[in-house]
Design a protein around this ligand. Structure first.
Ligand code: ZN
Length: 509
């Protein structure tokens, strides 16, 4: 996420609920889209590998992240999400359904999903009605029969998606959930806003493949993470678009957009597919900046190794969303981030692209590890910018150094944010400064090897601060714990290696 510059394909089964909707006037989707296995299979028959054990008990309401304890859920792992959206018009509620196929990691008497906003209609588990109660941002689901440990099951949640229900955060994100555009929508699910869009197991360390079925009015297009699998024109002219994420995605990195959109196909280094999605009337005005993507990919691949996903592209948002988002394989960049100064535009583009290595591919294990995602994105954004007409890295880092104790006081040390208003300057320049200090300490060559090892060894996995310190120490051939610990934790910023004249401004209470 970047705040303003001031700081195997699934089987597809058409659902047939539009006719039912028309007949009943109801808004609940009843189809299950594509799902794993027979939705009416009795989950009381354990899947191979399931075992008898402790009596069924409730799954935990969260995975215990100290900053956001209710994010994610215990007792199961999601195998696939299938999202159905029968979209109508900007700012207008519409029928929606989410199908989650999952595997129980304990014998479950009940389990939670993360779900907020919207209007809940009906929940089924393996086709049988389940009891569902909302408790804050938790949706507590009690199936008709307990689910054995190791059992696979399918949950379907029918609801009315309601873009008029918005959430506010006090950090750079501000508004999240459905974000309207003049003729459609984009979404902002960071950091824990997926629950405003679909029921989810919503923590950045948890990911699963997604299938999206999005139905649009005539004349509009839909896009989502991954590749277009099918486009079917329905009687009456509405069109159902099916996308497959191709790779697992954390809920916060989901993107989907609807509008009068142009798909601009290109090629990156090595012939990699690049696909931008742009509001029709912004195609020409953003072409110069968007055409830089192959150059940005080549520059980052030189430093971090191969781009970790199959395709990439920029979704230009015709919105006043104050942030750009590293939504996986399809970064959302608001138009204002592209239409101004070219140096700033490139910083935004390189920032979100860098996240595809750090943040998307290497996910954060806990929210306190966010510095690893945003710090890296800011570090490479600044490094690129220095080489392409922007502020020098040394100048930017010296300015950050001078304010670092104040930021520690205000926002917590880089690896210990003090509150869930995460997206503060300490997670950006304040965390890039830690990487800068590490580079000064170990030298360019060793730093480069640490960085490539980090994104290679943890590709497609979640990793945390201890993992980074251990990997850096191993690659450097010396224990960097005594060096990195005061940089990452505690109230005072240590001296900057190689810059004895740099000083930290004292903190004012
Ligand atoms: Zn970012």
């Amino acid at each position: 996420m970047k705040p303003p510059p001031s700081h195997p394909a699934p089987r597809h089964r058409r659902h047939v609920l539009r006719a039912a909707l028309a007949l009943t006037g109801a808004v609940a989707l009843t189809g299950t889209g594509c799902s794993a296995g027979d939705p009416h299979r009795d989950h009381g028959s354990p899947a191979p590998g399931a075992s008898a054990g402790p009596a069924p008990s409730p799954g935990a309401p969260g995975i215990g992240d100290p900053l956001m304890p209710l994010d994610g859920n215990g007792g199961y792992t999601v195998r696939r999400y299938t999202l159905d959206f029968d979209w109508q018009a900007p700012g207008t509620p519409f029928a929606a359904g989410t199908t989650i196929s999952a595997t129980a990691t304990q014998a479950l008497s009940r389990f939670d999903l993360d779900f907020a906003g919207n209007t809940l209609h009906k929940v089924t588990v393996d086709g049988a009605p389940a009891t569902a109660e909302r408790d804050g941002d938790e949706l507590v689901v009690t199936p008709a029969k307990p689910i054995p440990r190791g059992g696979t099951f399918t949950v379907h949640v029918a609801y009315t998606a309601d873009p008029t229900q918005r959430r506010h955060r006090d950090d750079a994100i501000r508004e999240y959930g459905w974000v309207p555009t003049p003729d459609g929508t984009v979404v902002c699910a960071q950091p824990d806003g997926a629950k405003m869009i679909f029921p989810a197991d919503d923590h950045p360390s948890l990911r699963a493949p997604f299938t999206f079925h999005i139905t649009t009015p005539p004349g509009l297009s839909a896009v989502a993470n991954g590749r277009l699998v099918e486009r079917v024109r329905e009687p009456g002219g509405r069109v159902q678009w099916t996308y497959d994420s191709e790779e697992p995605i954390a809920a916060q990195l989901v993107q989907l957009a609807i509008g009068k959109l142009t798909f601009v196909a290109g090629r990156g280094p090595g012939g990699r597919a690049v696909r931008d999605v742009v509001p029709d009337d912004l195609v020409a005005d953003t072409e110069a900046e968007r055409s830089l993507t192959p150059e940005h990919l080549a520059w980052l691949e030189q430093r971090l190794g191969p781009y970790p996903f199959r395709s990439y592209g920029v979704l230009v948002g015709d919105t006043d969303l104050p942030v750009a988002l590293e939504t996986q394989s399809l970064s959302l960049v608001p138009k204002d981030d592209l239409l101004g100064d070219r140096v700033d535009a490139e910083r935004n583009l390189v920032h979100e692209l860098t996240h595809h290595w750090t943040g998307d591919s290497v996910a954060v294990r806990r929210w306190s590890d966010l510095w690893l995602s945003e710090g890296h994105a800011r570090f490479y954004e600044r490094l690129y910018s220095e080489e392409h007409g922007g502020v020098s890295m040394d100048d930017a880092m010296r300015a950050a150094y001078e304010q670092h104790d104040q930021w520690r006081h205000d926002d917590g040390a880089p690896a210990e944010p003090t509150e869930p208003t995460l997206f503060k300057v300490m997670r950006y320049d304040g965390s890039a400064l830690v990487l800068y200090a590490l580079r000064e300490k170990v030298g360019d060559e060793t730093f480069g090897r640490i960085e490539r090892a980090w994104v290679t060894e943890y590709r497609g996995r979640a990793a945390g601060t201890k993992d980074f310190v251990a990997l850096a120490s191993r690659v450097a051939g010396k224990d960097l714990t005594p060096f990195l610990t005061p940089w990452l934790y505690g109230p005072h910023t240590p001296p900057m290696p190689g810059h004895p004249d740099w000083h930290v401004d004292p903190v004012e209470d």
